[in-house]
Ligand binder design. Sequence first.
Ligand code: NAD
Ligand code: IPM
Ligand code: MN
Length: 371
Amino acid sequence: MASNKSLLMLPGDGIGPEVCQEVRKVLDWMDKRRAVSFDVKEGLVGGAAYDAHKTAITDETMQDAMDADAVLFGAVGGPQYDNLGWDVRPEAGLLRLRKEMDLFANLRPAVTFDALLDASTLKQEVIQGLDIMIIRELTAGVYFGEPRGMQTLPDGTERCIDTQSYTKAEIERVTEVAFDLARKRGSKVHSVEKANVMKTGVFWRQTVSELHKSGKYDDIELHHMYADNCGMQLVRNPKQFDVIVTDNLFGDMLSDVAAMLTGSLGMLPSASLGAVDEFGRRKALYEPVHGSAPDIAGQGMANPLAMLLSFAMTLRYSFDLQEDADLLEQAAQAVLSRGIRTGDIMAAGAEKVSTAQMGDAVCEELDKRAA
Ligand code: NAD
Ligand code: IPM
Ligand code: MN
């Protein structure tokens, strides 16, 4: 029977296909045990698309992404593709998806699981109970600003430039997402930029402040913080944060920092969301924060939890399947509590498992939880 829930799976390169395979198991489980089924289409992206079509994503796959209710993305990139032309490099496929789907709000939650407190490099009391949401602007800033590239000055000097650029509307719409989400959590937002050195930082701060004073967000506690200080504060005392809203590049870096608070980059999921349309729908792409991990690819060593938790976010944000999302998150937590670990989160006395065994263990826990 055709389902009204469509998913496009883009496994990509390196460990991308390995961790996506584990989502397949959960999809099968949901189909059998929860009678929730999805129409899943698969496509090529990144180096895999380049190998087949000499482009990081074809127009057809792009269209499939536009048509799907949600896109599940593994990871792209690898050393064999590092010297390709700028427009066809694997990362260009991901950037095209984000830009053309207008996925301006990238939600990167960093939540610590008690069972993993020993996997972090930080002291237990610093990270226990941590629950931060980083909201990274994803379709503007220095990632897309023009002009960019090589220039030769009249005196023959070669230089290269990237441009940081933000319109007021681009700042406002991501800040609204942050304020709205904060309201459902701790009602506290840190807006992060470098207003001390960047004009876009001054504009960002001013725009966020104006929106905060508009009368719609009186219940939100707003703080402004410089990005360098934020990096330091995330390591010093991360529990001071609830929601962080920041630009594309600072958000990229700060979310990798936040990942290590949870113990591993292999634990951090993300959701990239577009605007809500007149029918209440929004385009969305879900992906782990980590990359293709060429150093461990093909060895069954990758931690699939970031990908599985990204799928939990899919259930939550694209399909309003809150109970199923809870089940999956609880199953992941239970597996960790049983001391089952992939190499990246290994601890003394724990049982070291492969990517596939971790996926199987999550399905076992799902079985125990579903009546
Ligand atoms: P990376 O995230 O791929 O790896 C960084 C380190 O973390 C590596 O040591 C890796 O083994 C480890 N790691 C990452 N995910 C893991 C997991 N699930 N389980 C266990 N260990 C994990 O970053 P990198 O090495 O800087 O980049 C490698 C390639 O990935 C590059 O081509 C880069 O452009 C690309 N990349 C892609 C994405 C994406 O597709 N969204 C994100 C980041 C980097
Ligand atoms: C991420 C990645 C991407 C980024 C790359 C692969 C384009 O690092 O999703 O965090 O820089 O946004
Ligand atoms: Mn990144």
